[in-house]
Design a protein around this ligand. Structure first.
Ligand code: GRG
Length: 289
C-alpha cells in the first residue's frame, strides 16, 4: 500500500530533523521528539504528499511542508492534553508529554514545534518561490485564531454546555477540519494544480474533515483504548456536545459513510488519477484508531 510507504518516509524525515540538535537546551528537543515519534497516523502530511502527487511525480520535493504540518498537529495535541485543557494522560498509546517532561517543558515543546514548523515553511518558501509561499500561507492561516486555535477556543468555552449544531460545526471545521483542508490545498497548490481542481479539492477537504471528526466522535464512544491509544468516553466525561450526542451513533455512522461517498464522487471529477487518495479516504472511514 503506497500509504504505508509515505508514512515511513515522513517518519524517517521527522526523525532526521531533530537528530543531534541541542546543547544545554537538549531537553526540549527530547520532549518535542518524544511526542512526534511515539506514534500518529501522519494523515495530514500523507494528504499533502498525495495531493502534490496528483500533479507531480516526486513527492520528496514537498517533504518539508508535510513535516511542518505534522509538527503543528503534534504541538496542538501536546497543548490539548495539558491539565489546563483536556488533562489527558495518554496519547498515541504513551504517557502524554507533560506526564513525562512536566507541564513547563510540555508547553515549551508545543511552542517549539510550532516555531520550528514556521522556520521550515519560511526556508521552504525561500527555495521554492511563490508556490511555496502560498502553501506556507495556507498552512499558517489554518493553524491561526481563525483556524485551529479558534476552534479550540470554542471547544474550551463550551465545556459543560450544550451547544447548537451551527456552533459545533464552526468548532470542528476549524479545530479539526482546517489542518486537514490545508494539507490537501497546500499539496495541490505547490504542484500548481489547475484552478478548477483546486475548487473541487476545497469541497473535498471540507467533507473529509467533517467525516474525520464524526468518525473521531464515534470512536470516542465505541473505540477501544488499547487500539485508539487515548482514553475513550472522554467527550462524555468532559460533558461535551459531539456529533454523537446530536445525531446518535447510528445516524453518525450513516452520515460518515455518505460524506465518504461524496468525497469519492468529488475525486472522480478531478483531472488527475486519484486512486491513492481514494484509498486514503476509504481508510479514514474504516479506521479503528
Ligand atoms: C491546542 C491550539 C490547540 C488545538 C488543539 C487537535 C486539537 C486542537 C485537539 C485534539 C483533540 C481531538 C481529539 C480532536 C479531534 C480530531 C483530532 C485532531 C484527532 C487527532 O488526530 P489524529 O487522529 O491523531 O490524526 P494522530 O495521533 O494519529 O496524529
Amino acid at each position: 500500500m503506497i500509504i504505508d510507504g509515505l508514512k515511513k518516509t515522513i517518519d524517517e524525515s521527522l526523525e532526521q530533523y531533530f537528530a543531534g540538535k541541542g546543547s544545554y537546551n537538549k531537553m526540549i528537543y527530547e520532549a518535542m521528539h518524544y511526542s512526534l515519534s511515539v506514534g500518529g497516523k501522519r494523515i495530514r502530511p500523507i494528504l499533502l504528499l498525495l495531493c502534490y502527487q496528483l500533479y507531480k511525480d516526486n513527492y520528496i520535493e514537498v517533504l518539508e511542508p508535510a513535516c511542518a504540518l505534522e509538527m503543528i498537529h503534534t504541538y496542538s495535541l501536546i497543548h490539548d492534553d495539558l491539565p489546563s485543557m483536556d488533562n489527558d494522560d495518554l496519547r498515541r498509546g504513551k504517557p502524554t508529554c507533560h506526564k513525562v517532561y512536566g507541564e513547563a517543558l510540555a508547553v515549551l515543546a508545543g511552542d517549539g514545534l510550532l516555531n520550528e514548523a514556521a522556520n521550515l515553511l519560511i526556508n521552504y518558501s525561500m527555495k521554492r518561490g511563490t508556490l511555496g509561499l502560498n502553501a506556507a500561507k495556507i498552512i499558517l492561516e489554518a493553524s491561526s485564531v481563525e483556524g485551529m486555535i479558534g476552534g479550540q477556543v470554542v471547544d474550551i468555552l463550551s465545556e459543560n454546555k450544550r451547544i447548537e449544531l451551527e456552533q459545533l460545526e464552526y468548532m470542528h471545521s476549524r479545530k479539526t477540519g482546517a489542518l486537514i483542508k490545508a494539507a490537501i490545498k497546500a499539496g495541490a497548490v505547490i504542484a500548481d494544480a489547475p484552478e478548477e481542481d483546486l475548487k473541487v479539492l476545497d469541497s473535498f477537504g471540507d467533507k473529509l474533515g467533517m467525516a474525520f471528526q464524526i468518525k473521531d466522535d464515534i470512536l470516542d464512544v465505541v473505540g477501544d483504548t488499547s487500539v485508539l491509544g487515548k482514553m475513550v468516553n472522554s467527550d462524555a466525561q468532559n460533558n461535551k456536545t459531539t456529533y454523537v450526542t446530536v445525531y446518535g451513533l447510528e445516524e453518525c455512522k450513516s452520515i460518515c459513510s455518505s460524506l465518504t461517498e461524496e468525497c469519492m464522487e468529488l475525486l472522480k471529477g478531478l483531472s488527475a488519477d486519484t486512486s491513492h487518495l481514494q484509498e486514503l479516504t476509504n481508510y479514514l472511514l474504516m479506521r479503528e484508531y
